[in-house]
Design a protein around this ligand. Structure first.
Ligand SMILES: *[C@@H]1O[C@H](CO)[C@@H](O)[C@H](O)[C@H]1NC(C)=O
Ligand SMILES: *[C@@H]1O[C@H](CO)[C@@H](O)[C@H](O)[C@H]1NC(C)=O
Ligand SMILES: *[C@@H]1O[C@H](CO)[C@@H](O)[C@H](O)[C@H]1NC(C)=O
Ligand SMILES: *[C@@H]1O[C@H](CO)[C@@H](O)[C@H](O)[C@H]1NC(C)=O
Ligand SMILES: [Cu+2]
Length: 178
């Protein structure tokens, strides 16, 4: 009987390790296509300047997630600006700029980022985006409900989630049998 309990304890410990690894995988960095796949990064987005802030409010961005700006090189660009220059659409004063589309920008710190197109007039017509980035831990970064613009690795997260419930169910069944 003692031996059986030991064996069960080992199995439960193994399951707990698998569950822990699965949970860690759920917090790995994701790619977000700015504005969604069909609109992308463009001047005159539908609804004007509120379009990209609405898009941003549909997501929770964590440190090391990547924004993918989809645009045609030579027609648009993307730059990181200061708050002041973002608000005033002074897109000629950039911190960092990306001229080749699609541009991948990793959100490498927590806090707020300000982006705009650097082509004349595009910022004022609504091609600007500000995002708040949170430290990537589960207590501070609850995921929002999935929206139409699904992040690229969501199928992986879904698989992890079902794996998680699968192993949790097994763990509870074994504990119940004890
Ligand atoms: C944000 O999410 C809402 C509700 O899911 C959706 O109707 C809307 O189109 C989304 N907005 C953008 C810009 O993706
Ligand atoms: C982000 O990535 C860097 C480099 O890969 C790593 O050192 C850092 O720990 C990561 N930060 C988070 C919060 O995942
Ligand atoms: C950017 O443009 C503004 C006016 O639109 C001008 O005052 C400022 O000097 C320019 N800055 C640079 C670095 O060219
Ligand atoms: C997780 O979030 C808490 C509360 O927001 C914060 O105090 C803590 O430093 C975060 N941990 C990491 C590893 O980012
Ligand atoms: Cu542009």
């Amino acid at each position: 009987m003692a031996e059986l309990k030991n064996n069960v304890a080992i199995v439960v410990a193994r399951i707990m390790i698998v569950v822990a690894v699965t949970v860690l995988e759920c917090t790995k960095a994701e790619d977000y296509v700015v504005g969604g796949d069909s609109i992308g990064w463009t001047s005159y987005p539908p609804g004007g300047a509120s379009f990209y802030s609405n898009w941003a409010s549909n997501h929770t961005f964590k440190v090391n997630d990547t924004l993918v700006f989809k645009f045609e090189s030579g027609s648009h660009a993307v730059a990181i600006l200061t708050k002041k220059n973002y608000e005033e659409c002074s897109e000629n004063e950039t911190i960092e700029s990306y001229l080749i589309g699609p541009a991948r920008v990793t959100l490498n710190r927590a806090g707020r980022f300000y982006f705009s197109c650097t082509f004349s007039g595009h910022c004022r017509s609504g091609q600007k985006l500000s995002v708040e980035v949170v430290t990537g831990n589960s207590s501070s970064a609850p995921r929002k409900a999935p929206s139409t613009s699904v992040p690229a690795s969501s199928s992986a997260s879904l698989a992890s989630t079902s794996l998680f419930s699968f192993f949790t169910t097994i763990a509870f069944n074994i504990l119940f049998l004890l």
